[in-house]
Design a protein around this ligand. Sequence first.
Ligand code: BGP
Length: 461
Amino acid sequence: MTVEYQFPEGFWWGSAASATQMEGSRNGVSGETIWDHWFENEPNRFFDGVGPHQTSDFYNRYKEDIRNMKKIGHNTFRLSLSWARLIPGGQGEVNQEAVSFYSDVIDELLAHDIEPFVNLFHFDMPIEMQNKGGWESREVIAAYVDYAKIAFDLFGDRVKTWFTFNEPIVPVEGGYLYDFHYPNVVDARRAIQVAYHTMIAHAKVVEFYHQEQDGKIGIVLNLTPSYPRSQNPADLKASHICDLFFNRSFLDPAVKGEYPEDLISLLEEHGHLPETQPEDKDLLKNHIVDLLGVNYYQPRRVKAKDHLPNPYSPFMPDWFFDNYEMPGRKMNPYRGWEIYEKGIYDIMINLRDNYGNIESFISENGMGVQDEDRFLKDGRIEDDYRIDFISGHLKWLHKAAQEGCNVKGYHLWTFMDNWSWMNAYKNRYGFYSVDIETGERTAKKSASWFADVSKQNGFNA
Ligand code: BGP
């Protein structure tokens, strides 16, 4: 039988999740992260007052979960290590219980022919490290590099695909610009320093990895293509600046080893260049990634500002643009985000043409749905909307692959419904639904559909 959308041989089919969102922070021995700390202090900031200890309990049920991954054809799975679990306090003694846990998870994945992709940092700073200044502090960078070395020593023999960070812009925006993550600072100067230091930490880890290990190392970025309202110069400029701030401030140093000139000039013009060290430039230049994970959920529609910012208000990236609600755009009615499948293709073509066709894969893409139980039928969630969402994106990814983009795989966010930062269980994303009370997992319709896709290495529309 011919398959209409046939993907290149060896395509990675799988999903992604993160430690804080699936392990349960009070399971086993673990240090505290900023999430535990914040939840203890301000539980009302979390949806339904549900914090990071109430997750899908992967910590205790990973064997069942990995069996389920195998059932639906996963050949790869991205997880993250919790720095605070592996080294409570962020520095010093390694927690042997965490070593056994992660080691068993990795072995279990490999025993099921699922290649583990391991990410070192997914928004979960140990609270002690945050108290030392978080990413504003060079001392914390050094501690992170030590943590990475320990992880490579422990698991590098079995894990051959590593990532330094997931969506490094999120802690910048959430923690330092717009107050939706701890430490709830609103200060662009500090945000820029945090963003810069994250990339220094990243490059140091890449440097060490390449010296000592023989696999691949990359970074996972949420690339949000920026589309201007019109082709008039003001809208084009607004969209370009958006791209510089939200995409290229990480993409360029990670893949090209340097920041875009026009980003530097813009920050210089407004007196917002971060503090640097003389050796940073060479560090970035010489230690670029081997591969790139791309998280794509929705595009950014941009227009020039209707009103010039008040010159006395503090500098913010959105001095330079406004978000634009394009009439007629397709929306996810159950979450509120725009659905624009072609965005995935535009990202890939950009990587092909402007970033040396770096090896990449879709490391997250997914459709969050509120009150998903309304789609329960005979005990299973009939999520045809998710099948449409995934296949719509896969068609464009297939086209990109056919046109020579070096795209190696597709991972859904996420394997099973899990806890999410501020939103707890509001938006469900999984192939498997999870009963929060009992922990029971049930495959949704999309799970069996995806099993066929991975088996055939493609699908028919
Ligand atoms: C991504 C993050 C994930 C996950 C996802 C869904 O940006 O990498 O950790 O949370 O978004 O987001 P939400 O649960 O807020 O809908």
